[in-house]
Design a protein around this ligand. Structure first.
Ligand code: FEO
Length: 392
């Protein structure tokens, strides 16, 4: 097993999950990594662990550096099992190690493992002297669980922020500049859109709390370690927490017999004619976790559904539920579709948009059975009108 030295005596000892394709409902077409870091000082510290099925891979890396029995502390920055899942097995290898956690982390670890892990709770802002270095702990609640904590090592200008700034990306490379910003940004955006987005206000506070720190490397718990694109990532996060969008639209739709699809493409024509770039996202061919990246970027989110059993289509229902939980703000919304005998179901789509505080400057359109050419011309005109609002 290869190891990577980030800083003198600080190593990446995590694991690569090449085969991961679904992370609790989020499609991870590029796999992921669980990043754990080993700090060798007068005290030896393991920061975070890996999903339990990859425990052996992490331990093989640790053994190339030290005898695991010599580990003095295991820092658990976050309870979720992709990072803490190996702690009980690790404790068997280093029974004298204390497990460092936050106040809420103590409760979470106890609820998950129901065994004595010899926990040491660190208050936010407290630090631990490990020899030449000091580990500083800052609680960042709801980024993205109540227990979330970051570890900062001032002597190395190294921030270990766990899930923040992560990307689901399995690769042999460990550093951002070995892969390139384009790929990292793409995966960081999808990660933010699907995992971090509902907690933008808490992320903003966390960024504020970390603003004064001198940082030249960030080691997140998933994906690449940042050393060349730290400024780019912080700039992106600032935009994302502010729900800052681009003047573009995403049309998310599903259809039974093609009427809603034909309306979607007329809206597309109108928007394009109005000068607005559009992403067409049929729910038959796109997964909701992929669509979220478009939602995050787009000023207008346009949702179309056929009516079935007096309801929206199940695929659209899933999208609405997902959006309701992830809470993108400051969007222009528009609902459209076709129905047979109940014209009221677009109300569900409108209600979701209204609940999230989106504006709906153009009245929704629901067409009986099959749109005729005149109705399609009107739908296209709505696309043009939406384009005007998007570019305002
Ligand atoms: Fe919240 Fe990567 O776990």
């Amino acid at each position: 097993m290869n190891i990577v030295e980030l800083k003198p005596d600080i190593y990446w000892v995590g694991a690569i999950d090449w085969d991961l394709r679904n992370f609790h409902g989020y499609l991870t077409q590029r796999g992921s990594t669980y990043n754990a870091y080993l700090i060798v000082d007068e005290k030896i510290v393991l920061v975070d662990t890996v999903k339990s099925h990859l425990f052996d891979e992490m331990v093989a890396r640790i053994k190339r550096i030290v005898d695991p029995a010599k580990i003095d502390y295991i820092v658990s920055n976050h309870v979720e099992m992709d990072h803490s899942g190996s702690i009980p097995m690790m404790k068997e290898l280093c029974p004298n190690a204390k497990v460092i956690t936050s106040t809420r982390g103590e409760k979470g670890l106890n609820r998950h493992f129901k065994t004595d892990l010899d926990l040491q709770v660190m208050e936010s802002g407290s630090s631990l002297d490990i020899g030449k270095r000091t580990l500083q702990f800052v609680h960042v609640p709801m980024v993205h669980w109540p227990d979330s904590m970051v570890t900062y090592i001032p002597e190395d200008k190294l921030l270990l922020p766990n899930d923040a700034f992560g990307q689901h990306l399995a690769t042999h490379e460990r550093f951002d500049d070995e892969v390139g910003w384009h790929t990292i940004r793409e995966e960081a955006a999808k990660y933010y859109a699907n995992i971090v987005m509902p907690y933008g206000e808490q992320v903003k506070k966390a960024i504020g709390a970390l603003a004064g720190l001198d940082i030249d490397m960030i080691g997140p718990s998933h994906g690449l370690i940042l050393r060349s694109y730290i400024g780019d990532m912080l700039e992106q996060y600032q935009r994302w927490v502010d729900h800052d969008t681009e003047p573009r639209a995403v049309i998310i739709y599903d259809s039974m017999w093609g009427s809603t699809t034909s309306m979607a493409y007329k809206l597309y024509e109108g928007l394009l004619e109005g000068g607005v770039p559009v992403s067409m996202r049929s729910l038959k061919t796109n997964h909701i976790s992929d669509i979220m990246t478009d939602v995050m970027m787009s000023r207008a989110v346009i949702i179309g559904t056929a009516t079935i059993n007096n309801n929206v289509l199940p695929t659209v229902g899933a999208m609405l539920t997902y959006l309701k939980g992830l809470k993108p703000k400051k969007r222009i919304g528009f609902a459209f579709g076709s129905y047979g005998w109940n014209p009221r179901v677009l109300g569900d789509v409108e209600a979701m948009m209204d609940d999230l505080g989106w504006s709906r400057p153009v009245e929704s359109v629901n067409i009986n059975y099959v749109p005729d050419p005149e109705e399609l011309r009107e739908v296209k005109a709505m696309g043009l009108e939406l384009a005007r609002h998007i570019l305002e």
